[in-house]
Design a protein around this ligand. Structure first.
Ligand code: AMP
Length: 113
């Protein structure tokens, strides 16, 4: 997946501000934050988005949701946070590598769409 932006970030070819990393996932600060804290959590293995999650590759998704509370605690998001994954054009997905946005640090807009 040499043309994938997030694969290039994982490879270190494009810089990022890393907040968490283990053998399966990387988390880094969004370059255009939509909230005081805005972090992206991505699997190191390329999955194009939520619609490409399968029985075979979904273990990393469970792992991501296991590390999200650790990242949130590390970031001091004690008053709560939102986890979002945009999938496809109608949702506004711009990077086709599965990612979960962690948003927090203020009272977030309650509208879902
Ligand atoms: P989405 O629009 O849901 O696909 O989210 C993609 C996100 O990636 C957006 O919030 C962008 O601001 C973010 N983004 C794009 N390029 C970079 C980058 N080089 N480093 C960090 N975040 C990025």
């Amino acid at each position: 997946m040499s043309e994938c932006l997030f694969c290039k970030i994982i490879a270190g070819d494009i810089p990022s501000t890393k907040v968490y990393e283990d053998e399966l996932v990387l988390a880094f600060r969004d370059i255009a934050p939509q909230a005081p804290t805005h972090i992206l959590v991505i699997p190191k293995a390329h999955i194009s988005g939520v619609s490409a999650i399968t029985k075979e590759n979904s273990a990393v998704v469970a792992h991501i949701f296991q590390v999200i509370p650790t990242i949130a605690a590390q970031e001091g998001l004690t008053n709560g946070f939102r986890v979002v994954s945009n999938c496809g054009d109608h949702a506004g997905q711009t990077v086709h590598h599965l990612h979960f946005h962690i948003l927090g640090g203020k009272q977030l807009n309650l509208e879902m769409a």
